[in-house]
Design a protein around this ligand. Structure first.
Ligand SMILES: Cc1ncc(COP(=O)(O)O)c(C=O)c1O
Length: 371
């Protein structure tokens, strides 16, 4: 039955495809009748939730009837201190997804401006541009998933309000050097904001070579995004931030929903930044696991793309969907890249604990040898 109220919804929404997340642990348990699952699909922290965060959540459990302090100033202070950036440049959000949405709503006028990114790229740039009624343009990556800067620049005109780049990139793990990003920046119109999404930068080894976070204050029109969902293990609480010119930050604060960062996310964010052993162990496990998986997967004839992130992208020696399905039957979830990315032969694998990585490799050996 067609409903009059739904006939009259916005055109952008009628033809909308939602964000496609990977399969959840419960879905796989139910579909395959399994009790235990290893999930290496969503780039979450392999160690789980920091013990300090667990303590602070218990401590604040009785305070959730209160609103958080608007703008979460204590969290902003903690972020400023940890990342060595000024307080007034920081805008916290309900995940960096929310900061992406705020940037688009502040910078891009529907029907007038456009937004430019690579293809494939993190799907929320497109989802949120389209939802906000803003034209979204994409330049193909090079065949080896490095960045075709000239191709990107060809799409930029004086109506381009935002250019998004992701480094290390999702889904490839590729990160360009800072000089390349600065060369792109030099060619952009001054009115255009360059958003450098560094969701996975914590896992890179040589930050000075790759990260724009220590440098963005030198440029009016550069914004760096960071998330607490990956290295800091707070995906389920939703916390991220943008670092940008203070005037732009002020505009975002004007339009953001009050209390967008909840009280538990705020306290957890402060606590995890103080949990040095947890962060150091996360980085050790991820970096060692990345090297281990790369070596083992190459030995199994996978084409492994070099990655600075907490995941690796591979091209499988056999059909990617077949491998994904066989792994699911054995309780292992990885991320096929057909939906959303249109890469049928490629798979994205989150680095797990040493044990999880070994189970994955044994399962792949079994599947490939059985053929
Ligand atoms: C490149 C990139 N940016 C942003 C995000 C969103 O992070 P958050 O959980 O903070 O919204 C993700 C999440 O997977 C991501 O891959």
């Amino acid at each position: 039955m067609s409903s009059k109220v739904c006939e009259a919804i916005r055109e952008e929404v009628k033809c909308f495809s939602p964000y496609t997340a990977g399969k959840s642990i419960d879905e796989v348990k139910e579909a395959y009748g399994l009790n235990s699952i290893i999930k290496l699909a969503s780039n979450e922290n392999p160690l789980g939730t920091s013990p300090r965060v667990q303590d602070v959540i218990k401590l604040y459990a009785s305070s959730t009837f209160r609103y958080a302090q608007v703008g979460t100033p204590n969290l902003v202070d903690a972020i400023a201190h940890y990342f060595h950036i000024p307080d007034d440049t920081i805008v916290s959000g309900n995940g960096s997804d929310e900061v992406i949405d705020m940037l688009i709503r502040v910078k891009a006028t529907p029907g007038k401006n456009n937004i430019v990114a690579f293809k494939p790229c993190f799907s929320m740039y497109q989802v949120l541009s389209r939802l906000n009624g803003v034209e979204f343009r994409q330049a193909a990556l090079n065949d080896d998933f490095t960045f075709d800067w000239d191709g990107l620049l060809k799409l930029v005109d004086d109506q381009t309000s935002i250019v998004f780049i992701t480094t290390p990139d999702n889904p490839s793990g590729y990160a360009p050097k800072v000089e390349e990003i600065l060369a792109l920046h030099a060619k952009l119109p001054k009115s255009c904001l360059l958003v450098v999404d560094e969701a996975y930068m914590d896992f890179a080894e040589d930050l000075d070579r790759y990260s724009m976070l220590p440098r963005f204050t030198q440029y009016d029109n550069v914004c760096v995004l960071r998330t607490f969902s990956k290295c800091f293990g707070l995906a389920g609480l939703r916390l991220g931030f943008g670092a940008m010119n203070p005037q732009l930050a002020e505009y975002l604060r004007r339009i953001r929903a009050p209390f967008n960062v909840n009280i538990l996310a705020e306290q957890a964010g402060i606590a995890v930044l103080q949990d040095t052993p947890f962060i150091e162990e996360t980085l050790r496990v991820t970096r060692e696991g990345r090297a281990y998986l790369t070596k083992e997967l190459e030995a199994l004839d996978f084409n492994v793309y070099p990655s600075l992130a907490n995941f690796i992208m591979v091209e499988a020696p056999k059909d990617g969907s077949y491998l994904t399905e066989e792994l699911l039957k054995r309780g292992l979830i990885i991320r096929p890249l057909v939906k959303g990315y249109n890469l049928p032969k490629h798979l994205r694998i989150t680095i797990g604990t040493d044990h999880e990585n070994q189970v994955l490799i044994s399962a792949l050996k079994e599947i490939l040898n059985a053929e």
